[in-house]
Design a protein around this ligand. Structure first.
Ligand code: NAP
Length: 296
């Protein structure tokens, strides 16, 4: 799909990773990507890679079809407000990755006619393995194919109801840290049973990658894959049962609940409806958490 020219406003960690990912995937040429940030010296390496770079956000928007907002959440509202006179509903779509910035708030900032997309990627954009969740409001549905093409190029994409964005933050945004900690723990164990730390880390990470690929196969389920390596009285079931005696599954479930609860608190602290979720969504989410707690 031709996504046109793209402006990434805020070419920091995530913004630059997205730009590099789109080039790597062949979705956009570096010259068709306009990257901005305020500190020119930090743009120099990106200019060397062939990206169009600058500090002028309005100019970048004038040259783009897709406007990706990748600044920090508190920096996004003044930035978007300054762009409002330049945004053209016949040309532009706005894609925000700023955590906690709701579609209602984005809509308030850019006006009623510009298509807006809220996206929650994770740092695996870097390797083209992000799990990105995206939401649009009713009037922005025409922006979905372009948004899906952008995020499919750097991993997998799911379109979700905005009410679930905080849950997506916990499962995919925070989740990447949980899985990395699991890999680190496995590598520590591997070192204790005889491998060098470097070898153990590589072996643990590649084994985790293999598990993820098995789980993502069409029709696959983790438990069926586990049964294939679990022989009666064998070493896998011995280790698995030890994991469960130590509360492994329960700890992961509780980590998801705790992170999603904290994400909601942070959203509420940021002012609820204007920068967080709508009051209706807060109620929905509180009820969902209560149900999940009972299920655990
Ligand atoms: N990290 C994650 O796992 C994750 C996951 C999902 C979503 N997000 C969201 O992604 C966004 C970016 O996060 P990050 O970790 O990439 O932050 P970051 O590295 O701080 O990047 C933000 C960039 O924005 C630039 N910037 C600030 N104000 C600007 C302005 N007015 N015009 C142009 N550029 C401006 C900053 O550069 P200068 O100071 O040089 O201007 C900085 O490079 C955040 O909103 C975050 O919520 C992050």
């Amino acid at each position: 799909m031709d996504v046109g020219t793209v402006a990434v406003l805020g070419a920091g960690t995530l913004g630059a990773a997205l730009a590099r990912g789109w080039v790597r995937a062949g979705l956009v040429r570096p010259g068709a990507l306009h990257l901005t940030r305020r500190h020119t010296e930090d743009l120099a390496p990106l200019a060397v890679e062939g990206f169009s770079t600058g500090t002028d956000n309005v100019e970048a928007v004038r040259r783009a079809d897709v406007v990706v907002v990748a600044v920090r959440p508190a920096q996004a509202p003044p930035l978007l407000a300054s762009l409002r006179p330049t945004l053209d509903p016949t040309r532009h779509i706005v894609v925000s990755i700023a955590a906690g910035l709701t579609l209602d708030h984005l809509r308030d900032l850019v006006g009623p006619t510009i298509p807006v997309v809220r996206a929650m990627p994770n740092t695996a954009i870097e390797t083209g393995d992000s799990m990105t969740c995206i939401s649009v409001d009713e009037s922005s549905r025409r922006a979905l194919p372009v948004a899906e093409a952008l995020f499919d190029a750097v991993g997998r994409t799911r379109v979700i109801d905005e009410e679930l964005m905080l849950a997506a933050t916990a499962l995919c945004g925070c989740g990447i840290a949980f899985f990395l900690r699991t890999i680190r723990g496995a590598a520590q164990g591997g070192t204790q049973i005889g491998f060098s730390p470097d070898d153990a880390l590589e072996m643990a990470a590649q084994t985790a990658l293999g598990a993820a690929r098995l789980a993502l196969q069409e029709g696959a389920h983790p438990e069926r894959e586990i049964d294939r390596v679990t022989t009666p009285e064998g070493c896998t079931i011995a280790g698995l049962n030890e994991l469960e005696h130590q509360g492994f599954t329960s700890a992961l479930i509780r980590a998801m609940l705790t992170s999603s609860r904290r994400a909601r608190e942070m959203s509420d602290e940021a002012g609820g409806a204007p920068t967080g979720v709508s009051p209706g969504a807060v109620d929905f989410y509180a009820a969902k958490l209560a149900r999940d707690e009972r299920a655990v």
